[in-house]
Ligand binder design. Sequence first.
Ligand SMILES: *[C@@H]1O[C@H](CO)[C@@H](O)[C@H](O)[C@H]1NC(C)=O
Ligand SMILES: *[C@@H]1O[C@H](CO)[C@@H](O)[C@H](O)[C@H]1NC(C)=O
Length: 338
Amino acid sequence: MKHASLLAAGLSIQGGLAQVNVPPNFEIGVKWQIIIQNTIDIAAPIQPTDAVVWDLDLYHVARTPGIVDYLRSNNPNAILVCYFNAGLAQTSDCDYDTRWANSGLLGNIYSPDEPEFSDERWVNIKNQTARDWMKQRITLARDFGCDAVDPDNIDGYLNDEDGDNGTGWSLSQDDYVTFVTELATHAHSLTTQQGYTMLIGQKNAPELVEQVGGLLDFAVLEDCKTLNDDEDYTFCSDFQAYIAEGKPVFSIEYPSTLGNQDTGACSATGASDAQYTASCDTTKGNSGFSTVLKIQGGDGELNGCTQYCSGGEPGTGVVVTATDPELDGGECPPEASD
Ligand SMILES: *[C@@H]1O[C@H](CO)[C@@H](O)[C@H](O)[C@H]1NC(C)=O
Ligand SMILES: *[C@@H]1O[C@H](CO)[C@@H](O)[C@H](O)[C@H]1NC(C)=O
């Protein structure tokens, strides 16, 4: 009974530890948008108008003054999730030159097989300084008006299994559990500008659900149906543990026919019928998830091109959110650099 009444007040008890005060509209099935490739163009009319949750790059937010007001002038209850690269540091991060570049805390590049990400290096998350710098990114997110964070690349242990040392730091699953737990404790100690608890999600890493799922507030999944993966497993269903606790799960599927990976151009009719159907099907352990279809790879990766499943029919639900590539190279504000 106690739990039920807390939930009614927008509070929930997570991991039996801390009380987390969640905005009432941050609920299962809520419509969302994610754009990481470029910052959104706040001079253009907002699209789609009915997306409540916006997952945008923390440093794009920091470099785009007025972006939070732009989202909230469309929807006062918009929820801004700020993506940051928690597992690697990349040269475009505002704190790269000031902190990471000469820290001795950077290991191997993201993946020898994916040279397009060669400006990203795995961070030694066993080092307290590295963890503190990542926690400061969460504080920065709060200061810039974000309501939540989406910490990417918390699964570096996959590169270091079976004697491999892909990160250069020999990182284990337990190392990442320690890291994510520390990030979550820090996030939950912060109050957002809207007066709620700073929320933190789980990005992919189904192996970690059992250990950190109780502590985290939502999840963001890429290709959980593994439609683009040679392996015939599915990790969507592992995240039903979130749904069972009333926490939203945001999923991204990457149908190759949605747009041009090199140019980022969006197909006006969206993904092919077969890919739309496979991506939007809700019987693959993904019941209750909020799903978007996006372009993967190249300059098109996670740009403004999106197809929503809500239209229910192939060829429908395509939305292109305007982005502003010019602004991405804009100056980092000093507070984002140190
Ligand atoms: C963590 O990294 C910092 C910066 O390179 C270094 O000064 C410190 O000694 C490291 N801490 C540990 C425990 O290795
Ligand atoms: C992992 O790679 C780094 C960088 O090459 C090296 O310094 C370290 O000794 C390696 N660790 C193991 C356990 O092989």
